[in-house]
Design a protein around this ligand. Structure first.
Ligand code: SF4
Length: 294
């Protein structure tokens, strides 16, 4: 973390803020692909990252975001860091696109671990948001290796409790975790499952980047009267950061510097202000927030 003293206020900036390596790799590789192939069509299946400014920048470069694949492919189709299911990969190739797989290696590890667990006969519990593309792909790929009702996605303890009777009948239960979840969520689920299942295998697949980001943000929050979390409200990792920090100190979650005007009182009343950002927040947006706070 770095410290900035400005007039009467202290600003603490988390070092693990902004693009993680998986997002950086996805953005840089996609831009490089376009620069090297200016005449070729490039589309990304789903938003490359959850940041509207970056999506606009890519669009201006001629890199289109598509939510569904057209009937016939042309040029490159990029799979973003969240990954995609085996069936989607096949569809991209069958429709005639050249596939560019930018699945983050850490997401790939969760997919592989999920498949390994179901192949070993575990009832698989995926901790994460069912509608999140990363979780959808992990689920779909694991389900190809077992029956569909042997995989369950839970985004909170209550959802898991709803299938308690089913779980108690399973001899082996395995857990994988969406890469950007909170460690506290995993701990809560393990504490619930451990006494009611015969065998529990836990793969803590929260990625290293998320762990470092969350741990450092906690440290910064403990020293701050106000935490500012910068990043899209659609970004899972940014939202989780804000959820963690709100239990430690006063926390606001903004997408960019223009939203700071809504929090003038909070900023004026704080002596020490901590700033962190989600994995899909570009440096220039973080710097604009720092400048505005100053
Ligand atoms: S948050 Fe973690 S898993 Fe997701 S892209 Fe970044 S490094 Fe990869």
């Amino acid at each position: 973390m770095s410290y900035i003293t400005h007039q009467t206020k202290n600003i603490i900036l988390a070092s693990n803020a902004g693009f993680c390596y998986g997002v950086k790799r996805a953005v840089e590789t996609t831009k490089k692909l376009k620069a090297e192939n200016p005449d070729k069509e490039i589309c990304v299946l789903g938003e490359l990252i959850h940041n509207s400014q970056v999506i606009k920048e890519l669009n201006d470069l001629g890199i289109k975001t598509v939510e569904t694949l057209p009937e016939k492919g042309c040029g490159y189709c990029v799979v973003r860091s969240h990954g995609a299911s085996f069936d989607v990969f096949e569809e991209i190739k069958n429709k005639g696109f050249e596939l560019v797989d930018l699945t983050c290696p850490d997401v790939k590890k969760v997919q592989d671990k999920a498949i390994e667990l179901v192949q070993e006969g575990y009832f698989l519990v995926i901790l994460g948001k069912g509608a999140h593309p990363e979780v959808m792909a992990i689920r779909a790929n694991a389900a190809r290796h077992t029956c569909d009702d042997n995989v369950f996605v839970a985004q909170n303890l209550e959802e898991l409790k709803e299938i308690e009777n089913t779980i108690k009948k399973k001899s082996k239960v395995g857990i994988v975790v969406q890469t950007t979840q909170r460690a506290e969520f995993l701990q809560e689920i393990v504490a619930y499952l451990a006494p009611i299942v015969k065998e529990l295998k836990i793969a803590n697949t929260i990625c290293r980047s998320t762990t470092l980001r969350q741990n450092e943000a906690r440290e910064v929050a403990q020293k701050s009267d106000l935490m500012i979390v910068v990043g899209s409200k659609k970004s899972a990792n940014t939202t989780h950061l804000a959820e963690i920090l709100v239990d430690i100190t006063k926390t606001i979650h903004i997408e960019n510097a223009s939203e700071l005007k809504n929090f003038k009182n909070e900023i004026q009343n704080a002596q020490t202000i901590g700033i962190t950002a989600g994995a899909s927040t570009p440096d220039y947006i973080i710097n604009e927030v720092i400048d505005s706070v100053k």
